[in-house]
Design a protein around this ligand. Sequence first.
Ligand code: HEC
Ligand code: HEC
Length: 360
Amino acid sequence: MRPFEWTRLAAALLVLCGTLGVPAWIVLAAGSGSAGAQAPRELRETGLYADPSTQRIASDVLAFRPQYPLWTDGARKRRWIRLPAGSSIDASDPDAWRFPVGTQLWKEFAYERRVETRYMQLGGDGRWVYATYVWSPDGRSASLAPQRGLRGACQSTSGAPHDIPSELDCRACHQGTPSEVLGFSALQLSSARTSREPGDNAAELQLDDFVARGWIRDLPREFRERAPQIAARSERERAVLGYLHGNCASCHNARGPLAELGLDLEFSLARGSSAVRTSVGVESRFQLAELERSERIVPGAPHASVLFRRISSRDPLLQMPALGTHVVDTAAVELVSQWIEQDLAPARLADTHSSHQRQR
Ligand code: HEC
Ligand code: HEC
């Protein structure tokens, strides 16, 4: 199957399966579903908590927050990392950190209550284990979800279903980049932040903190001296490129399985951004019904731009991101709309191209 055909397939399956309608914890209690390879049955066995009964986080587990988070229908998220004692991350390639065997990462999702905690662990064979734990409604324990995921496991704040992703879904997003870790990177941890979601937890550490603790080694000197940042002409453009990096680049980059599409939304600290070059004025394979020739971005015209139309939709055949969301990210839609309308208006475009060239 050609790689760009699979979302259609996934979307068709989603329509067929609909929502499960049975609370996730009942399915789990009934013992259905198979265990992810090597992942423990219960979240508490992963070592996240010093004391599972009070859910106090273990002292060698550190909290972090990426500056460009993934939108998941308004879910609140907390994230943690632990490295094996005495080990560190090789940060010599600022776009592809190499993590030591045994690294553990967690990401908790909550609406009114916690719904799931996702988990990654790097095995001795160099492969990441992907698993997720579904919280019981009373919030006292979280158990391994079936590998095929759970549709409509609970409701998000807006009333839309929240799906527990399948292991294939985890891999579809995470395996598009070499390190597979998406939110713990030089750019994402940088203290030069323009985040739309300000950190609400003082315990969340940033790049400098991790360097000072010896968790990150060989970070290129320029990023130790000056916090890494997206090069852009304006704060708005920086925020747009950050949104595209955090929400789209795991699939849309120049080095993963979807590279042949030629839509590169990744911000590389080594190479800069190709987002404008690969989208503005570029014909899309996805044709909008009312137009003879559809372009990914038409300067000055959000509603004629495939990229804008797809982030504004949650029709399974149209929506972007292709996975993991049922509710439109209205703040992002507004931001991208203004950028296309104002910053990319035809008169200013020549300027954008030359400014991106200069900043490389
Ligand atoms: C729609 C794409 C998508 C899917 C599906 C997805 N993830 Fe992620 N995940 C991300 C992105 C992007 C980040 C980083 C941004 C953030 O945390 O907001 C992330 C962050 C994480 C983190 C924190 C470490 C890191 O990479 O930053 C863990 C742990 C994680 N995901 C595990 C999982 C597991 C396990 C699954 C499947 C059960 C899964 N994810 C499914 C996109 C996805
Ligand atoms: C889980 C992987 C995944 C994520 C994340 C994702 N996409 Fe896509 N995207 C795809 C696939 C697969 C296709 C090709 C099939 C199709 O058009 O539906 C695609 C196609 C597209 C296209 C049409 C490409 C063309 O030929 O012109 C655009 C535009 C697009 N995506 C934008 C985005 C944006 C913007 C985001 C982030 C907000 C995003 N995508 C996130 C998987 C993804």
